[in-house]
Design a protein around this ligand. Structure first.
Ligand code: NAD
Ligand code: TDX
Length: 345
C-alpha cells in the first residue's frame, strides 16, 4: 500500500519509462499515472498502447516547459523522472539537446517539486561514475575480482550524455540539501527488454539480423556492460519510491556483467547465425571500458532482489519481442543505420 494515488512519470513513452508505467498498471491498481513526454525520436505512443485510459494519461510536452511542469506537478503526489536524451553516440554528434533536457529539464522539475513539496525520484545511470578497468587488466584477474561502483564512488563521467546526467544528479543533491526537497536518486546499469529504441546495442543487432544487415561491434568488443532486465529496474524504482530514505542514492544492478562480443555471439547463436557473422567497426570516442554495480544497499536496506537474472532467457524473450513486433521498428531502421554509417559505425 502507498499514499501515492497519482504519479507523474516523465519520459513514460520511452523505453524504461514505458516499462515502468506497464509495471504500475499491472501491479498497483490503485494508482493513476500521468505521463509527461515530448515524444522525441525516442518517445513513442505505441509504447503505451493498450493501457486503459482510466489508468494512464499521456501529456505531450517538454520537461523544460515551466508553466506546464508547474501545473502537472501541482496535481500529482509524486514525480518519477525518466525523461532524458539517453544515447551516448548521439551526444557525441550533438550535445545540445542533452544539456537542455537533462540539465535544464531536471532543474525545471526540481523547482516545481520544491514549490509544491512533492516527492521526487530521479532516474540516473551508473555512467556518472565513469568506467572501471577490465577484470583481465586487474591483478589476480578472474571471477569475483575487481572493484564495482558503490554509492561512494567519485563522479567521473566520460561523455556529453553521462556528464549531463551527472550534472542533473548534482542538482538533485543540492535541492535536497539547500531546499529540503524530498528526493531520491537511482543510478542503474544497462537495461534491456522490450520497447528499447533500435539505436541501442541489443535491439540494433537483433533488428539488423532480422533485416539482413551484419551486426556492428565497436572496437575489440571487450567493453563490459552490467545488464539488468528493465522489469527489475521498475521494481527497484518502486522500492526506492516507497521505502527509500530521502536524500539517498541507490545503485541498481543485477550482477549481469558481460562483454559486448559475448552478448553479440549469444544473439547470433539464438537467431541461428554463425557466431562470427558480424563486422568490427570504428570504436566509440571515449568509450567506457567496464561498468559494474554493487547493489548491496538495495538488498540490505530495501530488501529488493532482481527476478530476471537468467540473461540467456531474458535475451531470448527480447529477441522474440523484436521478431514479433516488426511494425514497431521497421520504419525507423534505414534512418538509424544511415546515421551510424556516416560515422563508419
Ligand atoms: P529513451 O531515450 O528510450 O526514452 C527517453 C524518453 O524521454 C522518450 O520518450 C523521450 O520522448 C522523452 N524525452 C526526451 N526529452 C524530453 C523532454 N525534453 N521533455 C519530455 N520528454 C522528453 O531512454 P531510456 O533508455 O528509457 O532511459 C530513461 C531514463 O533512464 C533516462 O533518464 C536514462 O538516463 C536512464 N537510464 C537508462 C539506462 C539504459 O540502459 N537505457 C540505464 C540507466 C539509466
Ligand atoms: O552498434 C553498436 N555496437 C557496439 O559495439 C552499439 C549501438 C553499441 N555498441 C557497444 C557500445 C557499448 O559498449 O555496446 C555497448 C552498449 O551500447 P549502448 O546500447 O549504446 O549503451 P551504453 O552506451 O552502454 O549506455 C546505455 O546504458 C547506460 C544507455 O544507452 C544509457 O542511457 C544508460 O545510461
Amino acid at each position: 500500500m502507498t499514499d501515492y494515488k497519482n504519479i507523474l512519470v516523465t519520459g513514460g513513452a520511452g523505453f524504461i519509462g514505458a516499462n515502468f508505467v506497464r509495471y504500475i498498471v499491472e501491479e498497483h491498481p490503485d494508482i493513476f499515472v500521468t505521463v509527461l513526454d515530448k515524444l522525441t525520436y525516442a518517445g513513442n505512443r505505441a509504447n503505451l498502447a493498450g493501457l486503459p485510459e482510466d489508468r494512464v494519461k499521456l501529456v505531450v510536452g517538454d520537461i523544460a516547459d515551466a508553466p506546464l511542469v508547474d501545473q502537472l506537478v501541482s496535481e500529482t503526489d509524486a514525480v518519477i523522472h525518466y525523461a532524458a536524451e539517453s544515447h551516448n553516440d548521439n551526444s557525441l554528434q550533438d550535445p545540445s539537446p542533452f544539456v537542455q533536457t537533462n540539465i535544464i529539464g531536471t532543474y525545471t522539475l526540481l523547482e516545481a517539486v520544491r514549490k509544491y513539496n512533492k516527492r521526487f525520484h530521479h532516474v540516473s545511470t551508473d555512467e556518472v561514475y565513469g568506467d572501471l578497468p577490465l577484470r583481465e587488466d586487474l591483478p589476480g584477474h578472474g571471477e569475483g575480482v575487481g572493484e564495482k561502483f558503490t554509492p561512494e564512488s567519485p563522479y567521473r563521467p566520460s561523455s556529453p550524455y553521462s556528464s549531463t546526467k551527472a550534472g542533473s544528479d548534482l542538482l538533485v543533491r543540492a535541492w535536497v540539501r539547500s531546499f529540503g526537497v524530498q528526493a531520491t536518486i537511482s543510478n542503474t546499469s544497462n537495461n534491456y527488454g522490450p520497447y528499447q529504441h533500435i539505436e541501442k546495442f541489443i535491439p540494433r543487432q537483433v533488428t539488423s539480423i532480422l533485416s539482413g544487415i551484419k551486426p556492428k561491434l565497436y572496437g575489440n568488443g571487450k567493453n563490459v556492460r552490467d545488464w539488468i532486465h528493465t522489469y527489475d529496474h521498475a521494481t527497484a524504482v518502486w522500492a526506492i519510491l516507497t521505502k527509500g530514505k530521502i536524500g539517498e542514492t541507490y545503485l541498481v544492478g543485477a550482477d549481469g556483467e558481460k562483454d559486448n562480443i559475448t552478448v553479440l555471439r549469444a544473439i547470433l547463436k539464438d537467431m541461428g547465425k554463425p557466431e562470427d557473422d558480424f563486422d568490427f567497426v570504428q570504436d566509440r570516442s571515449g568509450h567506457d571500458l567496464r561498468y559494474a554495480i554493487d547493489a548491496t544497499k538495495m538488498h540490505e536496506e530495501l530488501g529488493w532482489q532482481p527476478k530476471y537474472t537468467d540473461f540467456a532467457s531474458g535475451l531470448a524473450h527480447t529477441i522474440q519481442w523484436y521478431t514479433d513486433n516488426q511494425d514497431w521498428w521497421q520504419a525507423e531502421k534505414a534512418e538509424v543505420e544511415a546515421k551510424y554509417a556516416k560515422n563508419n559505425q
